[in-house]
Design a protein around this ligand. Structure first.
Ligand code: PLP
Length: 348
């Protein structure tokens, strides 16, 4: 199938992905810089993200589940792969045939790995205040981890994207755990945590969002570039008369005579209805606003009497993550991970 046989494309910039990783690696100082590639590389396609970042020196990759790890087994090469959700008993069979390491999150998971993991190294998550996954600080320091070989001891910041007092509290708690629990490496910072400064970098950083073009904090603005741009095919161009209405609920009414382009992009593609009357696309330098309600597989662009694409041409959606997030109320994480499985991914 040729690329234009698919009416929705995701244009992906290898250069931007690499430049983003290099900036994060430089900001990580002496620490190694890894990559969170869970949720299929935040929707971009994990295998290609791993291949690309491995080629420039990234060696530490993080997924959520064993199914995600299995997909990457053939492309990880000499890289490390960590499974953030650890091992449920139902995961042990997959874990034993994988070269990935579990990130153990509870006393039960530690016991499970100690019994069945045959001495293989693991990673361990310690919860320093987020109350999501991980052993408590007390559990980690109680000797419960003796007898397991820890590669990477980690914790996760709850508020790194804000100037919250919680960042320093978590840093102090993690330092205490890191001093008490033997591990080959320790790791705390996600994308936003890298921006907090070198105190947070430890031995290994774990950016996700900023690799893919999200600006986690002001420090990253101007340094992180857009990686993904959805391009939708125009399926039909209509001539409207002033007063004609468009779409479900007939919520939009043409202010004048003009042209309307119907595009192959809707909420089933992750273009949620919160973009109704707020999103937009680019065509020949003009901004074409999304008008009326976004449908499941379609949306409408108002061209008025300006530049109008022809049937079959593609328009580039406005997908700067900061602006699209502001327009839609969706987080940049939701915008990326919602990107359609129906879109053909085209790397440049
Ligand atoms: C997802 C995740 C990351 C990456 O976070 P970003 O905010 O996307 O940089 C790092 N560490 C853990 C434990 C995660 O779950």
């Amino acid at each position: 199938m040729t690329d234009d046989a698919v009416p929705l494309r995701l244009r992906l910039s290898r250069d931007a992905l690499i430049a983003n990783w290099r900036w994060l690696a430089a900001r990580s100082g002496a620490a190694a810089c890894g990559a969170a590639v869970k949720a299929d590389g935040y929707g971009l396609g994990a295998a290609e993200v791993v291949r690309t970042l491995h080629s420039v020196g990234c060696r530490d990759f993080f997924v959520a589940t064993w199914a995600e790890a299995a997909v990457l087994q053939g492309v990880i090469g000499d890289g490390n792969l960590s499974v953030l959700h650890g091992v449920r008993s139902a995961d042990m069979a997959a874990a034993m045939v994988s070269s990935a390491r579990p990130v153990l999150n509870s006393i039960d998971q530690v016991a499970r790995w100690r019994e069945a993991g045959s001495g293989r190294p693991c990673d361990v998550m310690v919860d320093t205040g987020m109350n999501r996954l991980g052993l408590t600080v007390e559990q980690a320091m109680s000797g419960a981890l003796s007898g397991v070989t820890i590669d990477t001891l980690m914790s996760h910041l709850a508020c790194a994207d804000e100037d919250s007092a919680m960042n320093a509290d978590q840093l102090a708690a993690f330092r205490a755990v890191a001093a008490a629990v033997p591990a080959r490496r320790v790791s705390l910072a996600n994308s936003a945590g890298i921006c907090l400064g070198s105190d947070y970098a430890f031995d290994l950083t774990r950016p996700g969002l900023a690799l893919y073009g999200g600006i986690p904090r002001a420090e990253a603005a101007g340094h992180i570039g857009q990686v993904a741009i959805p391009e939708a095919a125009v399926l039909q161009v209509r001539a409207l008369r002033a007063g004609d209405t468009v779409g479900y609920g007939a919520t939009w009414c043409a202010p004048s005579d003009g042209r309307l382009a119907i595009i192959n992009y809707g909420y089933a593609d992750g273009y949620l209805r919160s973009f109704s009357d707020r999103g937009g696309a680019r065509f020949e330098g003009a901004r074409l606003p999304v008008i009326g309600r976004v449908s499941m597989d379609l949306a409408a662009l108002w061209c008025g009497t300006g530049p109008t694409p022809l049937d079959g041409q593609y328009v580039a959606m406005d997908f700067d993550l900061g602006e699209a997030s502001g327009a839609s109320g969706l987080s940049p994480y939701e915008l990326l991970t919602g990107l359609s499985r129906r879109a053909v991914r085209i790397w440049h």
